[in-house]
Design a protein around this ligand. Sequence first.
Ligand SMILES: NC(=O)c1ccc[n+]([C@@H]2O[C@H](COP(=O)([O-])OP(=O)(O)OC[C@H]3O[C@@H](n4cnc5c(N)ncnc54)[C@H](OP(=O)(O)O)[C@@H]3O)[C@@H](O)[C@H]2O)c1
Length: 273
Amino acid sequence: MKSDPDPSQAWALITGASSGIGEAYAIFLAKLGYPLVLTARRLDRLESLAGEIRSNHGVQVQVLPCDLADRDAVEELIVSIEVPVGILINNAGYAVPGLFLGNQWTLERDVLEVLGIVPIRLSHAFVPGMVERGWGRVINVSSLAAFTPVTPGGYYGPAKTFLVRSSRSLGREVAGSGVHVTALCPGFTRTEFHDALGNRDKVDRMPRWMWKDVDSVITAGWKAVERGREVCVPGLINKAFRILFTIMPGWIDRRLPMSRMQGNSGQSESASS
Ligand SMILES: NC(=O)c1ccc[n+]([C@@H]2O[C@H](COP(=O)([O-])OP(=O)(O)OC[C@H]3O[C@@H](n4cnc5c(N)ncnc54)[C@H](OP(=O)(O)O)[C@@H]3O)[C@@H](O)[C@H]2O)c1
């Protein structure tokens, strides 16, 4: 295993960098001196963030807009990245309201693509280079929803569970190579996530102690990946929920009100985003 690289030689590729957790990681990693490749769909937001980072932190920033639900666009994105990616933040994600059978198939397919396929496609493209160079950091932004009781008709939670397990699997494949892989599983975090989902009014009624600010979430994720932790659940309350949900017998799980509520637009899934 080689020592940590010169930060300017290891580029950080961040998906979903136009807001929330991805934007915060862009600023955090720029402060550490890492050059950035930022992607998301909203070019104006990415350009404005890139300009701010270049002038405040003096690192190079490439902006490559992409709709990650579009497989051809993802392949073009991969080909267009010519810099050595040493840090991969698989962060882009969203949830869709409504029940699975009532939604258009393309809506469900696109969200599964972004949450499930894209992180492993980007890992497949960029982790071999990290292994070859003897250093790399991968953070897969999952969710506490990976561990919560199953809700009817929402594939957000199952997709986040898949991301945790695929992340752990990849981490074990590259163990000892100098590449660390962590699944970051936040609970309620103050970002634009619930505005995009359309349940802001509902979640704003949740108690304040259930929320975490974005900076504490991303810092916990970075510390965890530096230490080689497979899974990071930021915050004591969220950790307690994770333990509770993990040890809870199935018969209790099935009787909880949340296991009968509608998936992503109900409080249950929102309780863990
Ligand atoms: N906030 C929470 O309470 C919470 C809790 C647990 C986990 N998470 C997870 O944290 C991650 C980041 O979410 P956030 O909270 O930071 O929410 P956010 O502020 O809404 O950010 C979501 C990001 O994903 C990008 N994105 C969405 N669909 C995309 C697509 N088709 N192609 C490319 N980029 C796309 C968005 O960019 P564009 O719209 O510009 O494309 C945006 O940059 C997600 O994976 C989410 O599941 C959030």
